[in-house]
Design a protein around this ligand. Structure first.
Ligand code: ADP
Ligand code: MG
Ligand code: MG
Length: 893
């Protein structure tokens, strides 16, 4: 038979699944010999059974009775005994600590009779009444569902009548009156009397904890924190100790180190003559934990000894809750303490220095998410601010600048030294110039994977997207906020990409010292030292290499400073924007081969120069260059706009032949589903000249670098391949060019030709494709789109929230790889590809390459490298190490 109840002595800290965090750690402390009031834990299994069946499991009541009897024997008191009552606390405690659930009911067992017994036993009538009114308050609110405010207002009224604000000033008569009032409030609000039967109080409280698991706030919290919804909570039933028995009693909370900075030395608050919640509720002013030394030296010394013992035992920073009852210290809770990102890094290296943990463990004690937090500039927390709107936190950071509404204005203003925020309804590739020069990007439409969001993240640019409360009117050069206020072009705003908030005016920003360190600046600061040390540990541990996605020499250089070991994705389509766009137009509308050749010949030297610079920035490291990928219409004018223009000119009797041909081409290239149309390798087959020009530019650039004494390692990557035959057609031609260039230049170029795996068919036939590919790079964005069959740009905004609500996925598969579906294709392609070609080089490029959870998957799947935006490179280095050590993604806290 399953037992649903464990006494503290039978548990330990590793039983969190069954006993919850609080129960497991109470058990651990009990077994460490620390002074813990006795008690028992009702398991998460009991909770799950209750929630599934709608009633308590049958054997539960008897098990509780049995354990309760044991506690009563130990204490020599009985629950509900009018002469010398045993009082209990009922405390919820899930595997992960969860605000939003019912927490605790203290003083269970008090009623109109036992309160007199308690008064007599303690010789303190005031204390007994105070405890009773607390029970009514907590039980009324959390078990019976009375609005807590009802009690607070009565308490405040009583205090006001006494002319005081401190509840300690209330005397027995006040408290007796409050008890009567509270009982009345409960009866009025719920139509039921407060239960006088002590065991009934206990059972109802336990049930309320079970039910709080499915409370709205708890469900929401779990969804946000990605905590599974089916874990259930445990319930701890524990003998009460009393911090409210006068000035030699009190309650406190503490940390074994400073949880904000990570500095060594205990840290905490203490409140005399108080029970539990008073300390955090801010009812009275607490004193620093250190002041306890003056109030009660013996308890203070004992507590410090215990804190030290706990830290050594858990080998991590712990937080604690304790109560002192008439000079006797009791430990009520401990756990590995939550800490800021900053504290996490400091604590990790301090603990290595203290010999408490190994370097490997230090790496597991921090996370990529925490590192990312330290890398973004933030708004000064103390600064005043006025909120205009909240959108999606698409790309973190804090940016301040003048509002501009289009790319050209952004460039113009930035050129004269202004900081600008580019505000658009949504962005498209033409906005790129503006996005590059802007401090931040704000859109009123689109989700976290909209163009604005993806590009901004790629550039490490702060971005808030989908701020729907904003009505952006580009023509009028202004946007309206929901309350009717108007922000004009040139007005200052501040956007917080970490929270999604948009503020009026300039909120002061503090820049990240950690980034300045990565950028190569000498920064003397202990946090930076801590980060540097952890990164050094990580680099010796990780198996995965980390490359960057970089399309420009500047990005490549930065990526290198951030520790990238090459470029995993250099997109070439951006190189065809701006003035070069016209050359691409020429190519597309070319009437004959000669015109086509001429257009290509004009593009070649420009492309070659691009590649020379990038190869130079990445000298000695591999650079994977992807041949042109998007559908050609992206380089042409918009169909409707162009036809209107042509029509107007027609009316005026003007006939621009080139315009007409262009319109013709736009019409011809128009596709219903461009992302599934003529793009990637298909272009290379249909218009081979473009691909070959690019291949030639790459190889000639490499030759130039090599002849100049450089060390160029170009990798030519063919996108959107579905079959080996497609790859072969392009590859053979590229090989021809390579031979020609090498012979002509008299150099041997160490190039590779490979392919993206981004179509399910490619993954399924990877064994064949590997015959012709020296490397695979998983294009997980497209692979996700193609596997799920939905278009990222459309679905995120339209129905993803619904899908998340329905638990179809816990997180967008574009943010974190869908390991079951898309991941299965990746695994298959890895296995089949390597079976064909054991030295096949495997990597991933795209958003997922910088996502911690996905990085752990790619490590497990056996890839050689991940590639991500330059800004994510340190995060990826760290997570790659954590993956090697087998740590789960979530930081230890
Ligand atoms: P939370 O999960 O919100 O921290 P707890 O179960 O830890 O809730 O209870 C909150 C506070 O109630 C504790 O910090 C402690 O001060 C008090 N408390 C809980 N159990 C007892 C007990 N057995 N005796 C005295 N005080 C208790
Ligand atoms: Mg607690
Ligand atoms: Mg793709």
């Amino acid at each position: 038979m399953t037992s649903y109840v464990y006494k503290f002595a039978d548990g330990n800290k590793d039983l969190k699944d069954l006993l919850g965090g609080k129960g497991a750690n109470l058990a651990e402390m009990t077994n460490l010999g620390l002074p813990v009031p006795p008690g028992f834990t009702i398991t998460t299994e009991a909770c799950k059974a209750y929630l599934a069946e709608g009633h308590e499991p049958e054997s539960l009541a008897a098990e509780v009775t049995e354990h309760l009897a044991e506690v009563e024997r130990t204490m020599g008191r009985r629950l509900g005994d009018a002469g010398d009552p045993l009082l209990l606390s009922v405390r919820s405690g899930a595997k992960f600590s969860m605000p939003g659930m019912m927490d605790t009911v203290l003083n269970i067992g008090l009623n109109d009779d036992t309160v007199r017994g308690l008064a007599a036993q303690s010789s303190d009538e005031r204390f007994a009444m105070d405890s009773y009114r607390r029970l009514l308050q907590m039980f009324g609110a959390t078990v019976m569902g009375v609005d807590a405010e009802e009690f607070h207002s009565k308490l405040d009224a009583r205090k006001a009548a006494k002319g005081t604000t401190a509840d300690t000033d209330l005397d027995v008569d006040d408290l007796t009156a409050l008890v009567a009032t509270y009982k009345q409030v409960i009866a009025e609000q719920t139509g039921r009397e407060f239960p006088q039967d002590a065991r009934e109080q206990l059972d109802l409280a336990v049930r309320a904890v079970f039910e709080s698991w499915n409370g709205d706030r708890a469900v929401l919290y779990r969804r946000q924190e990605r905590i599974p919804q089916d874990l259930g909570t445990a319930v701890n039933v524990q003998v009460m100790v009393f911090g409210n028995q006068g000035m030699t009693s009190g309650s406190g909370v503490g940390f074994t180190r400073d949880p904000a900075s990570g500095e060594r030395g205990v840290y905490g608050d203490y409140l005399q003559n108080a029970q539990g919640e008073d300390v955090v509720a801010g009812i009275r002013n607490t004193v620093s934990l250190h002041d306890l030394a003056d109030l009660d030296k013996a308890s203070y010394d004992e507590l410090l000894g215990i804190m030290d013992k706990l830290e050594r035992h858990y080998r991590d920073m712990c937080d604690i809750e304790f109560t002192i009852e008439r000079g006797k210290l009791w430990m009520l809770q401990t756990r590995v303490g939550k800490r800021t990102a900053e504290a996490a890094f400091r604590i990790a290296v301090h603990m290595v220095d203290d010999g408490l943990i190994s370097k490997d463990e230090a790496v597991l004690r921090v996370s990529g998410g925490q590192l990312a937090q330290l890398m973004f500039p933030r708004f000064d927390e103390r600064a005043e601010r006025s909120l205009l709107a909240t959108g999606m936190n698409a790309s973190p950071g804090a940016a301040v600048g003048k509002v501009v509404f289009d790319s050209d204005t952004a460039v113009e203003w930035a050129d004269r030294g202004e900081d600008v925020i580019l505000v658009r309804k949504e962005t498209n590739p033409d906005d790129l110039k503006g996005m590059v020069v802007a401090r931040g990007i704000l859109t009123s439409r689109g989700g976290k994977t909209s163009h604005a969001a993806v590009v901004a993240r790629g550039m490490g640019r702060t971005c808030v997207c989908g701020a729907e409360a904003l009505d952006v009117d580009v023509k009028a050069r202004q946007f309206r906020v929901r309350d009717g206020g108007i922000v004009h072009e040139g007005d200052l705003i501040s956007i917080d990409g970490t929270t999604g908030e948009v503020f009026a005016g300039a909120v002061p920003v503090s820049s990240s010292l950690v980034v300045r360190h990565f950028e190569g600046e000498e920064v003397h600061e202990d946090l930076v030292d801590a980060v540097a040390r952890v990164m050094a540990y990580a680099d010796t541990i990780r198996r995965l290499h980390v490359r960057a996605n970089a399309d420009t020499p500047e990005d490549a250089a930065r990526a290198r400073r951030f520790g990238a070991q090459g470029i995993g994705l250099c997109r070439t389509e951006h190189m065809f924007l701006g003035e070069r766009r016209e050359l691409v137009e020429h190519l597309i509308v070319a009437e004959d081969e000669a015109a086509q050749e001429a257009a290509l010949a004009a593009l070649l030297p420009l492309q070659r120069q691009d590649f020379v610079e990038i190869l130079e920035a990445m000298d000695g490291l591999p650079v994977t260059i992807r041949l042109i990928d998007p559908p050609l219409h992206e380089f042409l004018p918009d169909y409707t706009e162009l036809s209107v223009k042509v029509a107007i000119e027609d009316v005026r009797g003007k006939h621009d032949k080139r315009q007409l041909r262009l319109l013709e081409a736009v019409k011809r290239l128009h596709e219903q589903n461009p992302m599934l149309g003529l793009r990637g390798v298909r272009l290379g087959i249909v218009i081979p000249g473009l691909f070959l020009m690019q291949a030639r530019a790459i190889l000639e650039a490499a030759a130039i670098r090599i002849k100049a004494g450089g060390d160029a390692w170009p990798e030519i990557m063919i996108p959107l391949v579905a079959s080996k035959r497609e790859l072969d057609l392009v590859r053979n031609e590229v090989l021809g060019v390579a031979q020609e260039v090498q012979e002509r230049e008299g150099v041997s170029i160490p190039f590779r030709i490979g392919t993206m795996i981004e179509l399910p068919r490619a993954a399924m036939t990877a064994g064949q494709i590997a015959e012709s590919a020296e490397f695979f790079s998983f294009g997980t964005n497209d692979l996700t789109q193609m596997t799920w069959g939905f278009s990222r740009d459309d679905v995120e905004a339209s129905f993803f929230t619904n899908y998340l609500d329905n638990n179809i996925f816990q997180v967008s598969p574009f943010e974190s790889l869908d390991t079951e579906g898309v991941g299965a294709l990746v695994r298959k392609a890895v296995i089949d590809g390597r079976a064909t070609r054991p030295d096949l080089h495997l990597g991933v490029c795209g958003e997922h390459g910088g996502d911690p959870d996905s990085i752990h998957f790619f490590h497990d799947a056996g890839l050689d490298y991940v590639s991500c935006s330059p800004f994510r490179v340190p995060v990826a280095r760290l997570e790659a190490a954590r993956a090697t050590l087998g740590g789960g993604y979530a930081a230890s806290t």
